[in-house]
Design a protein around this ligand. Sequence first.
Ligand code: AMP
Ligand code: ZN
Length: 217
Amino acid sequence: MMAAKGNAFSVIMNAQKRKLADGAAKTTSQPAKKGHWSMGLLSSMEDPALKVESDDKVVIIKDKYPKARYHWLVLPKENIPSLKAVSSEQLDLLKHMHKKGQELIDKTEDAKHLSFRLGYHAIPSMSHLHLHVISQDFDSPCLKHKKHWNSFTTDYFIDSEKVMEELEKEGKIADKGSRNDRLKYPLRCHVCKKEQVNMPKLKAHILSHIAKPGDKE
Ligand code: AMP
Ligand code: ZN
């Protein structure tokens, strides 16, 4: 009897765990409720400590847990949960988001010796569409885990230009959920492509690739 009870209990618990795992993967079948951590970008858009600038269409904020020396998020004011909800109607908006991100890079003195990328995660963890604008030094204490690294240095990170091109050609953005496995790829330097044994070694290694002021004009 106990075994039967135990089995029923584990069936329920496993179902519960599966539900939680699904929630953590943020599938879009059930939108997260207001106040849920995955909705945090919405409140950050209003946070003067994070807000960098805004216009009639977008707000730019500092990423609260920056994974590089410069890491901003460009968010539309329009309520768009993710790239899945984007159609050709939003192409001009995506172009505008890219332009605003690029303008911010251009205004950054350090951009003379740092390179930047603008792009989207294949499977975003946070709700509300956001374009990452991130310097490629990855010199930040918030960059801790393999999944952080691989989310910005494999094709889990999709360049904004590619996204706009796909939208222009196809009228929508195909689901990129199958790229989840990229997060488990071996650690590899994004510059010289050498494999690194662990995060501390990787973090020490990538510092050698950061140009010093004056190296490049
Ligand atoms: P993504 O994986 O594309 O959804 O990335 C979400 C980004 O939002 C990450 O770079 C996080 O560091 C950042 N982030 C998480 N919570 C907040 C928050 N409340 N305010 C601002 N940025 C956040
Ligand atoms: Zn390297």
